[in-house]
Write a protein of this length. Structure first.
Length: 187
C-alpha cells in the first residue's frame, strides 16, 4: 500500500523557493532542502525527482508570486511609464511578507548563464525574451522609433532591470529611486 503524503506540496515548494531565492541554485544542497522543506530525501526524490525538479517547481511558485505585477505591466497602455511602474513594482514586491530582496529570475539567469543545464537555461531565456518583447511593445506606444532603436532601448532596459534586481538587495530606498529615475531620463 502506498504511503500518504505527510506534507502540503504548496507549502514545501514555497519553502524551497525561499531557500533558492536566498542562496541561489548552486549554493543550495539537498541537505538544506530536506531541512527547509521539512520532508525526507525519499519523499523529495519520489515527488520531484531531483534538485532540478524542486527548482523548476520553485520557479513556477515564484512566477505565481510576481504574476500580478506582470499582469499590470502587460495590460498597461502607458508606454515607457508602464516600464517605469514595472521597475518600481519589482522593487516594492520585495518588501512584502515572505519575499526576499532581489529577483529569483535574475539571480538564476546570471547563475546559469554559462551552465549546460538546458532545461533551466531554456526557462530563463524564454522569460528574458518575453520581458524584452514587453519592453519593445511599451516603447512603441510613446513615439515612433525604428526597430534598431527599439531593440537598443529594450536591451538597455533589460540590463537596467538586472542591475535593479542586484541593487535592491543592498542599496537604500533613495538610491534605488535615484537609479530608476536616472534610467528613465535616458529612455
Amino acid at each position: 500500500m502506498a504511503r500518504k503524503k505527510q506534507y502540503i506540496e504548496k507549502d514545501v515548494i514555497d519553502k524551497a523557493m525561499q531557500l533558492f531565492w536566498r542562496n541561489g541554485y548552486k549554493n543550495t544542497s539537498m541537505q538544506m532542502l530536506e531541512k527547509e522543506m521539512g520532508i525526507n530525501k525519499f519523499s523529495i526524490y519520489a515527488r520531484f525527482g531531483n534538485k532540478q525538479g524542486i527548482f523548476l517547481e520553485s520557479l513556477k511558485c515564484y512566477k505565481g508570486r510576481i504574476s500580478t505585477i506582470f499582469k499590470n505591466f502587460k495590460q498597461s497602455q502607458k508606454g515607457r511609464m508602464a516600464i517605469k511602474d514595472f521597475f518600481y513594482d519589482s522593487v516594492a514586491i520585495c518588501s512584502k511578507e515572505g519575499h526576499h530582496k532581489g529577483c529569483l529570475i535574475t539571480t538564476t539567469y546570471m547563475e546559469f548563464s554559462e551552465s549546460e543545464d538546458d532545461v533551466i537555461n531554456n526557462q530563463m531565456t524564454e522569460f528574458i525574451h518575453q520581458l524584452k518583447e514587453l519592453f519593445i511593445e511599451k516603447l512603441r506606444i510613446d513615439t515612433p522609433k525604428n526597430e534598431e532603436t527599439l531593440l537598443r532601448e529594450a536591451n538597455f532596459l533589460l540590463l537596467a532591470k538586472h542591475g535593479l534586481a542586484a541593487a535592491s538587495r543592498v542599496n537604500s530606498k533613495q538610491e534605488i529611486e535615484d537609479y530608476i529615475e536616472t534610467t528613465f531620463k535616458h529612455i
